[in-house]
Design a protein around this ligand. Structure first.
Ligand code: HEC
Length: 195
């Protein structure tokens, strides 16, 4: 678990972790941990002001504390953190996608492919959509979109596909992305809204 110079702790929870939690808990958890532990990390620094960086023992200690507390926090709050995107906000965000994408029972391909059932759908998996080569290559090994890969993709589609793509828009705001993904995840492959 790397601890950066600023004292941010990065915690990664395995997607199908020991408590069967959705990987989405990782993001709010990271945030909460950063908020909760930054002050104590700062205090540690203050006490050992002569040092430029925490010692290995201090880092190991912090890491242990954070790991144990993270697991305890997950166990206590469970499903309360299992979702961090707001579908209603995401519906508003989706307006920015609508110039190119449709979702819902009547969704058709536009500039971009229709997005029904996108969470769990094979990458570049709409048969009658003419993907660019870089996008098409993503799905060749049968990879499917997950909330996490969509989150990465939307931040910078070009970087994600590793080549030219006709989706040139980028969505740097993390909450914007989680919200739009939460909205899209409500639609099944037939475009029915399931939640
Ligand atoms: C300017 C048009 C445009 C906008 C705006 C746009 N997209 Fe796209 N999107 C595309 C195109 C075109 C592709 C296909 C790219 C290719 O094959 O080169 C694509 C591909 C995708 C894919 C991959 C689909 C698949 O089947 O693999 C996803 C997911 C996606 N867009 C989501 C979004 C979301 C969510 C938004 C809004 C936050 C958005 N896009 C905004 C044009 C757009």
């Amino acid at each position: 678990m790397p601890i950066t110079a600023q004292g941010h702790a990065r915690v990664k929870i395995h997607p199908a972790g020991p408590f069967g939690l959705d990987h989405k808990v990782a993001a709010p958890l990271k945030l909460r941990l950063a908020l909760r532990y930054r002050p104590s990390i700062l205090r540690t620094r203050h006490r050992s002001a002569s040092k430029t960086a925490p010692t290995l023992e201090e880092v190991a200690g912090m890491t242990r504390t954070i790991t144990v507390s993270a697991l305890a926090a997950v166990m206590m709050t469970g499903s309360a953190w299992a979702t961090d995107g707001d579908p209603a906000a995401g519906e508003q965000n989706f307006r920015q996608c609508q110039a190119c994408h449709m979702v819902g029972p009547d969704a058709a391909n536009r500039v971009g492919p229709q997005l029904n059932g996108i969470v769990g759908r094979q990458m570049a998996g709409v048969e009658d959509f003419n993907y660019g080569p870089a996008n098409a290559a993503l799905g060749e090994d049968g990879s499917v979109w997950t909330e996490e890969t969509l989150f990465e993709y939307l931040a910078d589609p070009r970087a994600f596909v590793g080549g030219a793509t006709r989706m040139t828009t980028r969505y740097p705001d993390e909450q914007f992305r989680w919200d739009v993904i939460a909205y899209l995840s409500q639609f099944n492959a037939d475009g029915e809204r399931t939640e």
